[in-house]
Design a protein around this ligand. Structure first.
Ligand SMILES: Cc1cc2nc3c(=O)[nH]c(=O)nc-3n(C[C@H](O)[C@H](O)[C@H](O)COP(=O)(O)O)c2cc1C
Length: 287
């Protein structure tokens, strides 16, 4: 049976590197696939208003924009790939604008969980991708996909990623990872033993925190003199199992009751700040 690969092109540039990468990866798939493409920067995705309505009742975001359309395409896909340009050392903002609406994913956790996914960060200058790859990995994790691999490829001009060494090979590698189901591993790179993340924050007392799943723990050198990360899951691991997803959604729902119970105490805090500062607004809003 034919399957659908959904490509998130997170670049405004037509025939840019992100778009070409996804099309090349699609060409390298061996099975019977159809490719559907979404250009995120063209979509109307309004900012999350933190109303939490997507967690209660019919569990649907009240905002009327293209978010549901994109979510539906994701739900209907068999696998997905995301290609994200680096802007100012991080992912282009359309990616985050979409992800900020992600509490809506919990209503579909069973359907989204474990969908095969790979991603690529594109950067114009070698080594200047900043935290874009972490953004790509987080996108896959927060859309509840089965992370099968990610990479950084370099190229500034549209098409340049395939004029440099490694661009097409990376597309082939990720296509294979997507189809075979095995997460790519490079034994020379220390990763979080829980989630496979490779970005860490150093904490006091010889500890590190994984920036992908938020777990922390010590690090040290093993018998082969290689750096080893020994993170263990904390209270809110993001998300190692489907149970973690459901538990987190339940915890968020519980915050409504907590808010109601502590409303008075919280109001006393916020009221102390009502008269502080002058809000600046652009002229068009004053009309
Ligand atoms: C506003 C802007 C900021 C950028 N910032 C970075 C950067 O911080 N680091 C980098 O390596 N490349 C940066 N680039 C280059 C793009 O990542 C690069 O051109 C990439 O190929 C764009 O992907 P696309 O062709 O899919 O649009 C920037 C490009 C733009 C337009």
């Amino acid at each position: 049976m034919r399957k659908t690969l959904l490509g998130f092109v997170v670049s405004p540039r037509k025939f840019g590197n992100s778009e070409l990468f996804i099309k090349e990866l699609y060409r390298r798939l061996s099975g019977e696939w159809d490719l559907k493409l979404l250009r995120l920067p063209e979509m109307d995705i309004q900012p999350c208003r933190a109303c939490y309505q997507c967690l209660f009742g019919e569990m649907k975001c009240p905002l009327d924009d293209d978010f549901q359309f994109i979510l539906q395409a994701l739900l209907e896909s068999d696998a997905y790939v995301v290609a994200v340009p680096t802007y100012l050392l991080g992912a282009v903002s359309s990616l985050k604008r979409f992800l900020d609406r992600g509490l809506s994913f919990y209503a579909h956790a069973d359907q989204l969980w474990g969908k095969p996914a790979v991603g690529v960060a594109i950067a114009g200058i070698e080594g200047m991708e900043g935290y874009t790859r972490l953004n790509v990995d987080s996108f896959i994790k927060l859309t509840l996909g089965d992370h099968r691999g990610s990479a950084v490829v370099y190229g500034a001009l549209p098409g340049e990623i395939f004029l440099k060494e490694g661009g097409k090979e990376t597309a082939l590698r990720l296509a294979r990872a997507l189809e075979t189901g095995e997460r790519e591993k490079d034994p020379s790179i220390p990763v979080c033993p829980l989630c496979g993340g490779d970005t860490f924050r150093f904490l006091p007392n010889g500890q590190v925190r994984c920036m992908l799943c938020s777990s922390s723990g010590p690090y040290g050198w093993n018998e082969k003199n290689a750096l080893e990360i020994r993170t263990t899951a904390g209270e809110h691991p993001l998300f190692l199992t489907l149970q973690d997803v459901k538990r987190h959604a339940e915890w968020l729902r519980g915050m409504k009751g907590e808010f109601m119970a502590r409303r008075k105490e919280l109001k006393e805090v916020t009221q102390g700040y009502t008269q502080v500062g002058t809000w600046l607004k652009p002229k068009k809003d004053e009309k």
